[in-house]
Design a protein around this ligand. Sequence first.
Ligand SMILES: [Mg+2]
Length: 305
Amino acid sequence: MKIGYLIDMDGVIYRENKLVPGAEEFVQALVATGTPFLFLTNNSAPTPEDLSVRLRHLGIQVPSSRHFYTSALNTADFLSETDPGCTVFVIGEGGLLAALAERKIASDAIRPSYVVVGEGTASMEKLAKAHECIERGARLLATNPDNWCPVSSQATRPGAGATAAFLEASTGRRAYYLGKPNGYMFHLARRRLADLALTELDQVVMIGDTMETDIRGAFEAGMHAFLVLSGSTQFDAVGDYVYQPTRILQTVGDLTEELRTGVSSDRLNSPAIGHPNSHGARSGIRHQTDIFAFHKPRPRPAMTK
Ligand SMILES: [Mg+2]
């Protein structure tokens, strides 16, 4: 059976500019076994080349920048597929500008077809300009719905979702959000993965650390969804969600042996289940309506809308 992997980056491969333990060996095993893989990130600021360099500095060599798919590329693919010849006013960074330029989508600050919002610091002046464009008829598009993004275990920064929410409030218009968990992101990622593999795949597995984006999107796209506990989701919080991961792992390193031997364990053998460090006092899967959830501290607001 031909399996391909979609792999989130932040919280899965690295965190705070440090590699997650076992991530290097995992990527080496993917390359060595010829397993198709694609890094899938909602961060629209970097280009695939930027991400490749970032991984290289962390000690991971990826054969080509074709192994990266960002929400910026997804946005450019969406516009060129649904509205070729459209123009855009962009609040965003290099990765988004490059992706749109590559698809020959022109910038327009007078009467654009779309205002496109990505990661990056938006000045009040730019927001006011975007607001005017929307009032003149431009439609509002965001590269991803993340309201905040982690910069360290203690700190976050505002994400594209928060910037889009500002414009939604000021104009009364609703944004359309690309990136994970939008099915279009997973649909195109699956297509890219098949291109890399030179064949259709029997099974696609998404590996991610965020329930609202990685796990939800993969579930809705009919893919397997492996949650790793090396990032934003704590084991205790998993039961709060209606949708559940196919497997829960401590880190991607838990999959390295499986890749090398080709023998996969089933869900009950998930390394995180029964792990001495996991705080699963209750076994099994808790539903969102579980009354015990009310006694938990108020969770951080969702990462996405
Ligand atoms: Mg992540």
